[in-house]
Design a protein around this ligand. Sequence first.
Ligand SMILES: Nc1ncnc2c1ncn2[C@@H]1O[C@H](COP(=O)(O)OP(=O)(O)OP(=O)(O)O)[C@@H](O)[C@H]1O
Ligand SMILES: [Mg+2]
Length: 231
Amino acid sequence: MNSLELRGISAAYDRIDVLFDIDLVVPEGNVVALLGPNGAGKSTLLRVAAGLHGPASGDVLVAGRRVNGVPPEELARRGMCLIPEGRGIFPNLTVRENLRMMTFTGTKLSDVEERSFIRFPRLKERIGQTAGTLSGGEQQMLAMARGLATDPALLLLDELSMGLAPIIVEELYEIVAQVAREGVSILVVEQFASTVLGVADYAAILVQGRIVRAGQPHELAEDLSKAYLGA
Ligand SMILES: Nc1ncnc2c1ncn2[C@@H]1O[C@H](COP(=O)(O)OP(=O)(O)OP(=O)(O)O)[C@@H](O)[C@H]1O
Ligand SMILES: [Mg+2]
């Protein structure tokens, strides 16, 4: 079963086309990496998948069912979780308050906290700290903890590594791999390849709104440099 399938997706902002006939599948429990340079359309693709931006054409399928036009809140209830670029946490609230907001789904705060702190012990030490004063890596951990608090079946991650030191990125991707082993399907978008390819089952390169190459991560290493050099 595919957790997510995009079939012939095109998307535009007003009359400016940004995605062209995209086909992409995320099989259950897999990590799929979508790589591409600035402005390629990666965030747009995630927004289309999450129901935040309607496609101009094509179909979005979640767990085998067409979901075009289904509102994002409903997709979230069905197990989809988007962690947006810039992380989507509340910088003026504490770690605990950020986590507490996730109890809207009906999960108890103590359960949300327990689940978060097992995965991210560092957040426990920082429970009373204002989120905006956390380090970049800790902020990303908080964003992931919030997303995982809802027990998603499909996680969409937009540039997990943005602004973070390589060692922190590696640490976060180890957690991504662990989450996938627990059965969560993950579509992750990155500008730069390195670390994500180590945990991905499948990867695709998006350039100017088109998938120019797709395959096993190890098959793509060479194509990546071409994509970025504009060849
Ligand atoms: N709300 C918007 N209105 C108009 N154009 C937009 C909007 N959002 C994005 N675009 C344009 O769509 C194209 C794709 O943008 P998108 O944010 O999807 O790229 P991206 O691959 O995520 O880039 P980055 O790696 O810089 O985050 C860009 O040319 C961008 O300027
Ligand atoms: Mg983006």
